[in-house]
Design a protein around this ligand. Structure first.
Ligand SMILES: CC[C@H](C(=O)O)C(=O)SCCNC(=O)CCNC(=O)[C@H](O)C(C)(C)COP(=O)(O)OP(=O)(O)OC[C@H]1O[C@@H](n2cnc3c(N)ncnc32)[C@H](O)[C@@H]1OP(=O)(O)O
Ligand SMILES: [Co+2]
Length: 139
């Protein structure tokens, strides 16, 4: 397998609206897409476009959100995960399983509408890493 494009950096926040203001007013972000809920993943999401990638703002949706623990430890929010693209999510999952990396949960549909899974941070040098199949109409 080859290292693919960095699709986004996930940033957990207690308030997507407050974080949007930072990227819009302080960082001069042009394109801010409307936030949307992803209940099956337990998050509200807002993508901020950068020239070559995206910031994915994520706010907990409900008490069982997978980012509740992270925000309990980091009440201001913070850098949560990175996401790399692969051409084939099934082949990628087999690759990582073959390498003994811990995969968190089933492959499921992520915020870009394509299949994703997560690699445990302990197997990625402390970095929670999302693997995402490249959207068919991408780039
Ligand atoms: C999918 C929609 C969207 C998309 O892009 O399509 C998203 O990206 S949504 C993102 C939110 N969803 C997820 O993060 C799903 C995968 N995450 C998980 O399963 C959990 O967050 C998990 C298992 C990584 C951590 O769960 P939890 O915080 O409840 O467990 P612990 O506190 O026990 O953590 C265990 C261990 O991992 C360290 N940890 C936790 N979160 C992170 C992190 N974001 N980055 C790095 N390390 C992390 C934590 O410190 C613990 O380490 P220890 O040394 O044992 O203290
Ligand atoms: Co993500």
């Amino acid at each position: 397998m080859k290292l693919g494009r960095l699709n986004h950096i996930g940033v957990a926040t207690p308030s997507i609206e407050q974080s949007i203001a930072i990227y819009r007013d302080l960082m001069g972000a042009d394109v801010i897409r409307a936030p949307f809920d992803l209940p099956e993943q337990g998050v509200k999401v807002c993508f901020i476009d950068t020239p070559n990638s995206q910031i994915e703002l994520i706010e907990p949706l409900g008490p069982d959100s997978p980012i509740v623990g992270f925000l309990a430890k980091n009440p201001q929010g913070g850098q949560h995960h990175v996401c790399f693209e692969v051409p084939d999510i099934v082949a990628a999952r087999a690759w990582f399983e073959g390498k003994g990396a811990r995969i968190l949960g089933p492959t499921r549909i992520g915020a870009h509408g394509t299949p994703i899974f997560f690699l445990h941070p302990k197997d990625m040098g402390g970095v929670l890493t999302e693997i995402m199949e490249t959207p068919k109409d991408a780039h």
